[in-house]
Write a protein that binds this ligand. Structure first.
Ligand code: SF4
Length: 614
């Protein structure tokens, strides 16, 4: 087409050991854009209702969008989607590095993996050559070793490789997908779904180049916005310190998890984990995905003490929250080691940190004893507890095996009090943002199509004052802390906006932190595709995408009864910024359903579906 899409979907059936190419309908591209959007449409059409996420009916969709062809800033991202073993809901997760552009260079917009391999395999895709190769020798190896081994045996340094670790192989429900030892499609356990299919890794590269529709304007815009973003992130410190720069602010606003959501304040801990301290202690420098002027990922080099020596990818804010303040650990080197262990095992660092915090709370309250934990005393602030539990969870062994189906399922096997203590929505552990502080997160988490996720919304940054989208009425002062007005509007519009970003696919940090406006993203989209979308039309696409994801969940049995928050979100803090406050949840949800055009059962009405053309 020459307009940002090949209109080609590569399908691989592991049971039949066959692959073939299908064409993608232009109408679907116009409505669902690509990435997570188009993947959602495929999951709605092809998954036959509620299924076993590890069964043969689940499919895994790897999806690029129109932005992976040209070198658009933030355009190295791609989506992975399927039915989650953690939540049983729709799930999409994104990663960067080089994999999305590599798929596009090979001549495909999407890859759909279906069926189950008889024995472990990996895929090697180079242009029209699609090989299903034996991976028996890689099974059991950690994600980094597997990526290195594939590079060595193919002799091809240019392959971009997405791999699972032992956690994915053993179907630990929080298993992630590791890309190029650099970026991580973390949430919702799609690494475990790949493990259930016997698929260890997908290596891809290509020699084709997809030209944008406007070959003059697109490179001009790229140059202009690369420079603009670079200037912005140099000035606001995002480039130098990455997401850890958020730690102190988040803690001061009651947003950061402390002691598995039981603590209120810990400024000293957040200061030690945050920037500039962690940047210095870990010798952290930016580690950009392809085409990225920011480099929010961290490359670290720890020289001492011997047990913490490490060169590689460093922790981000979310991991400092869940493996740091959440566990009363304040040493960046400890979190860096925990992060590295989780990456190699192929575990989502957010959910893994959450599980450890939950286990310690259970131990403290007497719901677990050392008899249950094989003699391990679970205490706050103890690095060896973090490391031991990560090893056990990732390898599905000893006490850690209790977490193999997620925190909620583990709690169900412990006690009814433990179930009430889990901090989750639809089974997905909270990330490092507290819905008692930024209350627009309350409806965002409760209705999140993949469960509790801040990055399918981004509204907390609006509330904290660092991110606005004036084109859709989200400005400084649109919401105020703890006040109901506009919160649900911000939640819903941010969800739709992020659904759009995850479909284009563009890294949200280009706009949230990098300062690229929605209008500028629209200019890119129109230059690349040759279409003439308005802001309104792009938002309609975002809303359609979010709604399709909601429809998948409704089809599979989720409804208003599933749109709830965990009990701890109604326990007010005794001190600090959010002392005495809890979100007015029912009122926020009432506002939210009305704005969305959903009935009392949480289902989009016929009018809403007609308005969206669904
Ligand atoms: S900002 Fe971070 S996640 Fe986004 S493209 Fe750049 S390095 Fe990758």
């Amino acid at each position: 087409m020459g307009n940002g899409y090949w209109q080609r979907l590569l399908r691989v059936d592991l049971t039949a050991r066959k692959s073939w190419v299908e064409s993608i309908d232009e109408k679907d591209l116009k409505q669902f854009i690509g990435g997570a959007g188009l993947a959602s449409k495929i999951l709605l059409d092809e998954v036959p209702g509620k299924i076993d996420p590890y069964g043969p009916d689940n499919i895994v969709v790897f999806a690029a969008g129109p932005f992976q062809g040209p070198a658009i800033p933030g355009g190295a991202k791609f989506s992975i989607a399927g039915i989650s073993p953690v939540t049983g809901t729709f799930a999409d997760t994104a990663a960067g590095a080089d994999w999305g552009p590599a798929l596009k260079d090979a001549g495909y917009d999407m890859l759909v993996v279906q069926g189950v391999a008889e024995k472990p395999v990996y895929l090697q895709i180079v242009d029209d050559s699609v090989e299903i190769k034996d991976a028996s020798h890689l099974w059991g190896r950690d994600s980094y070793e597997a990526i290195d081994a594939i590079r060595n045996e193919t002799g091809d340094e240019k392959l971009s490789i997405a791999s699972i670790g032992p956690a994915g192989e053993k179907q630990v429900a929080i298993a992630c997908v590791v890309v190029d030892k650099h970026s991580f499609a973390g949430r919702c356990g799609l690494g475990a779904v790949l493990g259930s299919k016997g698929l260890k890794a997908i290596a891809v590269k290509g020699t084709r180049k997809l030209e944008p529709y406007d070959r003059d304007k697109t490179p001009e815009l790229i140059k202009q916005y690369q420079q603009k973003i670079l200037k912005e992130v140099k000035e606001n410190g995002f480039k130098e310190h990455g997401t850890p720069a958020l730690c102190e602010t988040a803690e001061s606003l009651g947003d950061m998890p402390i002691k598995y959501w039981n603590g209120d304040v810990w400024p000293e801990g957040a200061k030690r984990l945050g920037a500039p301290n962690s940047t210095k202690v870990l010798s952290a420098v930016p580690y950009p995905c392809k085409f990225c002027p920011i480099g929010c990922h961290r490359k670290i080099s720890v020289q001492e003490p011997p047990e913490y020596v490490l060169k590689g990818v460093g922790p981000e804010y979310e991991t400092y929250g869940m493996m740091g303040t959440n566990l009363l650990i304040d040493d960046p080197k400890v979190v860096a080691k925990g992060n590295d262990m989780a990456n190699r095992l192929g575990l989502d660092t957010i959910s893994a940190g959450s599980m450890v915090g939950f286990a310690i709370e259970c131990f403290e309250k007497g719901w677990l004893t050392s008899k249950d934990t094989g003699g391990l005393e679970l205490k706050w602030g103890e690095p060896h507890v973090l490391f031991a539990l990560l090893d056990q969870i990732g390898n599905k062994k000893d006490f850690g095996a209790v977490f193999s189906a997620g925190t909620l399922r583990a709690a169900e096997s412990i006690s009814s009090e433990a179930v009430k203590a889990v901090v989750h929505c639809k089974g997905l552990d909270f990330p490092s943002h507290d819905a008692r502080s930024c209350i627009s997160l309350a409806p965002t988490y409760a209705t999140g199509t993949r469960g509790a996720c801040h990055f399918r919304g981004g509204c907390e940054d609006v509330e904290m004052g660092g991110f606005f989208i004036p084109e859709i009425g989200i400005r400084e002062g649109t919401v105020k802390f703890f006040e109901r007005e506009n919160q649900s509007m911000v939640a819903a519009r941010c969800q739709d906006y992020f659904a759009l970003l995850n479909s284009l696919v563009i890294c949200a940090f280009m706009t949230d932190g990098g300062g690229m406006s929605f209008t500028e993203i629209k200019e890119f989209f129109n230059a690349v595709t040759g279409w003439d979308y308005s802001i309104r039309e792009l938002m309609d696409a975002g809303e359609s995408i979010f709604t399709v994801q909601r429809l998948i969940n409704i089809r599979d049995g989720y409804n208003a009864k599933s749109d709830v928050l965990p009990g701890k979100m109604f326990q007010p803090a005794k001190e600090g910024f959010r002392a005495g406050k809890v979100p007015p949840f029912r009122k926020l949800m009432k506002d939210y359903y009305a704005l969305r055009g959903w009935n009392d059962n949480g289902e989009p009405t016929r009018d809403t579906l007609d308005r969206l053309g669904l």
